[in-house]
Design a protein around this ligand. Structure first.
Ligand SMILES: [Zn+2]
Ligand SMILES: [Zn+2]
Length: 623
């Protein structure tokens, strides 16, 4: 908490900054409808961010009570601003169900040689296991790694077909800087899901993993990961067992786990073998579901067939999880910049616009304001809005009336007057629109950095994939990104207010114009995970749709000129097989891409319009 002195100092500073900006603006032509920023605006912005980013709202994680409170608060703000509720059944909310994770239930067991290991300290299923029972012969496959790039294959000469495979966690030569692997830091081959997919691709029915006694003796087993996409199935039974269970499984081969590990680590080559025994594995995981809600309000326009959308996601990472950059922290990730700032900018714009409506203004378009949920777990709120929203009369506006979408994500840390505007290439008119608005609007005059692409790691992607022109405002990343330290006191409120005015002015300019002309933008190679295969060996240039979590990888598009484009892959295709590797979800797909090299030709099978189509692509290097 800030003390009184520093608080007052801050108020004074904000007021001075606001005066400076106002004086700067006063020297120019006065603007219709917008008033110069006051210190009160900054305080209001700060207050909104602080409310949304309060730790009591639990980092606005999906499935928490905190995110529900945040949604209710946003709806209350929309109501008091004078917006019309525009969610389902004409309420403020658009609710839908998402999978939040898995929990293990009895019975989960491994049985061998007359002994049984049950759910608890000796056995924990892995979150990506299938459910069911298998009885099969056993094989020991070392670390379970096939890594041609490191000239290492635990499965070489081993018949794992229809077997249950026992493997060690980690990778050979852990803690050894001379290891053929990276030694001190694990490679992606140590990832348990990678081991599971590898076992499956070698024909295994089940995978049992155990911590090697060399460096991980006695470590407790963790319950199945219950966040992110951890529940997406790997297509085989998978569980972790303790060392005692592993030693019992190995007993008939007259080897201990410690010996087997030493044989690999000291011999520096695989040491896999069949075990003359069988085991029975049972896994029973239950998926947990949660209802989550978009919050929607609107200003009715003169023409009911035309809509403009302003949006910002209000969810964040909850208590951490796989997207956290402070992975060992279980503090609320309060997300002040990401994205209490965007929601605040949107609410402030809505408040000013409804105030003008009360003074007689009526926009040509219906102006729809949407606080999206589930952005952090894969754009699920905006995907629901664009793909699965119920049609009228349950929802007020059909999707087809949307002429453009303006997104704000992380707009609370304006530095050196630099504002990033993305999506400028998605409509023929946007370049001019952005320049003119920046020149003419009150409190604008940013140093603007443009990028063309409509795909990017936020909710505007969901609109762009449905051929809606999009713009996205962003004040840049920072060291607190996706960490608990992204707190309200680091927000630059006066900058946030200016971004909010700029967003309002963009929407106002769009409202005064004919429908913008949608264009396919040049791809922006720095778009991160949305690019598909991000950061790994080979590059294809596909853009996966993260809403589909099984039955193949649905593409929302491909990057123009990419290997995928040249091979004839298209948006709407569902990749089900990649060079012989079965693809059920994004993890399989990542595994497949990682296991192939740039320059290789691969056969890709897609489902397209009810038929399977085979395409051949030559993999590229990430541009
Ligand atoms: Zn965000
Ligand atoms: Zn984020």
């Amino acid at each position: 908490m800030k003390g009184f002195r520093s608080r007052r100092w801050l108020v004074t500073l904000v007021a001075l900054l606001a005066l400076g900006a106002a004086a700067h603006r006063a020297a120019r032509a006065p603007q219709s409808g917008t008033t110069p920023m006051s210190a009160a605006d900054s305080l209001r912005a700060r207050d909104y961010v602080r409310t949304l980013a309060d730790p009591k709202w639990e980092g606005r994680g999906i499935g928490t009570a905190g995110i529900d409170s945040a949604a209710n608060w946003i709806a209350a703000r929309m109501k008091s601003a004078g917006l019309v509720p525009a969610g389902e059944s004409l309420g403020w909310f658009e609710p839908f169900e998402v999978t939040t994770g898995v929990v293990a239930q009895a019975p989960c067991a491994v049985e061998a040689d007359g002994r049984r290991f049950d759910l608890g300290a000796e056995l924990q299923p892995l979150g990506f296991s299938t459910n069911g029972t298998a009885r099969a012969r056993l094989v020991f496959a070392g670390y379970g790694i096939t890594a041609p790039g490191y000239d290492y294959d635990d499965y070489a000469g081993l018949d794992a077909d229809d077997a249950i495979v026992l493997v060690l966690t980690q990778e050979p030569g852990e803690m050894d800087s001379t290891s053929r692997f990276d030694g001190s830091i694990n490679t992606p081959f140590a990832d348990l899901r990678t081991k599971a997919i590898n076992a499956r691709e070698h024909g295994a029915l089940g995978l049992l993993v155990v911590n090697g006694p060399r460096y991980h003796a006695g470590e407790p087993l963790r319950p199945p990961a219950s966040d992110g996409g951890g529940y997406m199935t790997s297509g085989l039974l998978a569980a972790q067992v303790d060392e005692d269970a592993a030693n019992l499984l190995l007993a008939s081969a007259h080897v201990t786990l410690a010996d087997a590990q030493m044989a690999i680590d000291h011999g520096e080559h695989p040491h896999s073998f069949a075990i003359p025994d069988s085991a029975r594995v049972t896994v029973n995981l239950k998926r947990t579901r949660a209802t989550t809600r978009n919050v929607i309000g609107l200003i009715p326009g003169r023409d009911t067939t035309r809509t403009l959308v302003m949006g910002a996601h209000y969810d964040h990472l909850g208590y951490g999880g796989p997207s956290s950059l402070a992975p060992d922290s279980h503090e609320p990730h309060v997300g002040a910049d990401d994205n209490a700032s965007g929601v605040t900018a949107m609410l402030l714009a809505a408040e000013r616009m409804t105030a003008r409506v009360r003074h007689g203004w009526k926009p040509a378009h219906t102006l729809e304001f949407v606080a999206f949920t589930g952005e952090e777990i894969g754009l699920v709120g905006s995907s629901h809005f664009t793909d699965d929203s119920p049609a009228p009369p349950t929802r007020l506006r059909p999707f087809e009336t949307i002429e453009a979408m303006l997104n704000m994500d992380m707009v609370g840390r304006l530095r050196k007057n630099q504002l990033q505007v993305m999506g400028v290439g998605t409509a023929a008119e946007f370049d001019t629109l952005v320049s003119m608005t920046n020149r003419d609007a009150a409190l604008a005059d940013f140093e603007i950095h443009r990028s063309q692409d409509g795909y990017g790691p936020s909710d505007h992607s969901s609109f762009y994939k449905r051929n809606v022109p999009v713009l996205m405002l962003f004040t840049g990343s920072h060291v607190d990104y996706h960490k608990p330290s992204d707190t309200w006191d680091k927000i630059y409120a006066a900058g946030l207010v200016r971004v909010s005015h700029f967003a309002e002015a963009l929407v106002e300019s769009l409202d005064a114009r004919p429908k913008p002309t949608f264009t396919r933008a040049k791809s922006d190679v720095s778009a991160g995970r949305i690019a598909g295969g991000g950061g790994y060996g080979a590059y294809l240039g596909t853009i996966p749709d993260y809403m589909k979590t099984e039955g193949g990888v649905l593409l929302s598009g491909v990057r123009s000129g990419s290997p995928a484009d040249q091979a004839g892959l298209k948006g709407g295709d569902v990749i089900v097989r990649f060079d012989g590797i079965r693809v059920d979800n994004i993890y399989d797909y990542t595994f497949a891409l990682r296991s192939r090299k740039p320059g290789q030709q691969v056969r890709i099978t897609v489902q397209r319009g009810g038929a399977e189509v085979d395409l051949v692509a030559t993999l590229g290097r990430r541009p």
